[in-house]
Design a protein around this ligand. Structure first.
Ligand SMILES: [Zn+2]
Length: 308
């Protein structure tokens, strides 16, 4: 029997319940790993040679960090082939980092409580092609301002109507997710369900303007994940003497002195090059920034607050 594990609290939130039941239906053994700390989770992955794992990208990054501290090489010592990483938009860099650390393929999937189901899943035949679960949900893509339908291949807001849910029915729920829909024939798998290219690209309300430059959490993540020394980060938008700035806190082990200064300078330089804004960078002590299993919030707009 194949073995699966889901990093999920097994509570009232719908979350990964669908994956748990799907694995059972396929005849897999599902290890009930909810509530374990990350060290115990890594231990179970290795001990039981678990092949399928469901988690958030944030938690996958945390497991990679923990495995490193334990001296575990996940690609060599564990046996994970498939990672279903849902619930958060993620950068391509994060996906590649997770794939190489685990030696596994990362697939995207997402559900909404409003529909009571998983509405999309990534196809093995084409990277990023997230087929819409069309028997269960109608996914419209509408222009963010005019609310008129946009064509295939154009960005718009995902508007969703569940087709089977009992008790609560939402019609045309405006999700604030920005997506691009493509015709099913553009994927080579033969499924007749259209797909969202790249899944959820970002949230309408994620986009922030900093001195006229558009900044999203995924853009910041992309820059910081390019630094292998950075284990975790948090960023905020602040007003410093009337000027909007990005403030970055990055954990980079116990770096001090010239090495720490050099890293701060390299991070600031890379932001300037990639995003167009030079941030203030602060190195935080190892383990001091919050880790999360669920819905990471790493960009905080604090411009309404006062900073000395
Ligand atoms: Zn496909």
């Amino acid at each position: 029997r194949h073995k699966g594990m889901v990093a999920f609290g097994y509570g009232l939130f719908a979350g990964f319940w669908g994956m748990h039941y799907a694995l059972e239906r396929m005849g897999c053994t599902v290890l009930p790993a909810g509530g374990l700390d990350s060290k115990a989770f890594v231990g179970l992955l290795v001990e039981h040679q678990v092949e399928v794992v469901g988690l958030t990208p944030s938690y996958a990054m945390r497991l990679i960090e923990t495995a490193g501290e334990m001296g575990v090489d996940l690609a060599r010592d564990a046996n994970v082939h498939i990672i279903l990483a849902g619930a958060e938009p993620r950068s391509d860099f994060t996906t590649r980092t997770i794939e190489s650390a685990f030696g596994a393929r990362v697939f995207n999937a997402a559900g909404t409580t409003e529909c009571g189901s998983v509405f999309m899943f990534e196809c093995p035949a084409r990277r990023g092609a997230c087929h819409i679960n069309e028997p269960l949900v109608i996914q419209e893509v509408l222009h963010p301002e005019t609310a008129e339908p946009v064509g295939y291949g154009e960005e718009g807001v995902r508007v969703t109507t569940g087709l089977y849910r009992e008790g609560v029915q939402l019609f045309r729920h405006w999700t604030e997710d920005i997506v691009v829909k493509r015709h099913h024939t553009e994927c080579g798998c033969g499924r007749t369900w259209d797909f969202l290219d790249g899944g959820i690209l970002r949230r309408v309300d994620d986009m922030r303007k900093v001195r006229g430059v558009s900044v999203t959490p995924v853009m910041i993540e992309d820059v910081l994940r390019g630094f292998p020394e950075v284990a975790e980060f948090r960023s905020s938008l602040r007003t410093d003497r009337g000027l909007d700035t990005i403030h970055v806190q990055a954990e980079a082990g116990d770096l001090t002195g010239p090495a720490a200064e050099a890293l701060r300078a390299r991070i600031a330089e890379e932001f300037k090059r990639e995003i167009g804004i030079r941030p203030t960078v602060e190195l935080a002590p190892a383990g001091s920034l919050p880790r999360t299993k669920w819905k990471a919030a790493r960009l905080h707009d604090e411009r309404h607050l006062t900073h000395a």
